[in-house]
Design a protein around this ligand. Structure first.
Ligand code: GS8
Length: 215
């Protein structure tokens, strides 16, 4: 049975899983969830993700939700195939990658999510961005990116000199964010900008983002 990803190709969390599948060179079936009809809040979808959010994954007898956990599962199960995203053969490399994965989840994701809601979701719904939330998000994100700038002046990627899940986990929100008028918060930091140019040009990134509305 092919790996099934339940989600939508324009959803950032679904894209995280698709990025991982493409990096690993794995076949999959994307099963669309009609979120506009509320299907993610009803059975049978709730048996895949009791929180009623996309994505969810089915691989043989394993059912999972939470995009970052799904990616870790795929990288562990298919270790040895495609990109080595967890560097698990080296304790040192793997814990450094894990550290930056935590940074993405606990430092980067919060302000970035607030900014995406204001700068991407609101305009699509015909709503005006809340300037106070945007300013607050930019201030918090700027502090996080200052740390990244320093880190990326010493190594090409966040986990070291190789692409890992630490980098991958940042890609979905950045794909949308870099199309907003606030992208200069990235482009004005030379090392962060070089990192973004590198990771956004990866073949897996290009393939996984095909279903996004990036224009
Ligand atoms: C978040 C899932 C999520 O927010 C993960 O999988 O990483 N921590 C989880 N999914 C969003 C779509 S993200 O593009 C979602 O399902 N939103 C609809 C809703 O919450 O009702």
């Amino acid at each position: 049975m092919a790996i099934k990803v339940h989600g939508l190709a324009l959803s950032t969390c679904t894209i995280r899983v698709l990025l991982c599948l493409h990096e690993k060179g794995l076949e999959y079936e994307l099963v669309p969830v009609d979120v506009y009809n509320g299907d993610h809040k009803k059975q049978p979808y709730l048996s895949l993700n009791p929180f009623g959010q996309i994505p969810a994954l089915e691989d043989e007898d394993i059912k999972l939700f939470e995009s970052r956990a799904i990616c870790k599962y795929l990288a562990k199960k298919y270790n040895g195939k495609g990109t080595d995203l967890l560097r698990s053969s080296s304790l040192k490399e793997s814990v450094i990658a894990e550290t930056w994965m935590e940074v993405e989840a606990h430092q980067f994701n919060g302000p970035m999510q607030a900014l995406i809601h204001q700068l991407v979701r609101n305009p699509r719904r015909g709503e005006v961005p809340d300037e106070m939330i945007v300013e607050d998000g930019l201030e918090k994100l700027g502090k996080v990116l200052d740390v990244y700038e320093e880190r990326l002046s010493k190594c090409k990627y966040l986990g070291g000199d190789f692409y890992t899940m630490a980098d991958l986990n940042h890609v979905p929100f950045l794909l949308y964010f870099m199309k907003t008028p606030k992208a200069s918060i990235v482009t004005s930091r030379p090392h962060v900008n070089a990192w973004w140019n590198e990771i956004s040009a990866r073949p897996a990134t290009i393939k996984a983002s095909e279903g996004m509305l990036l224009s």
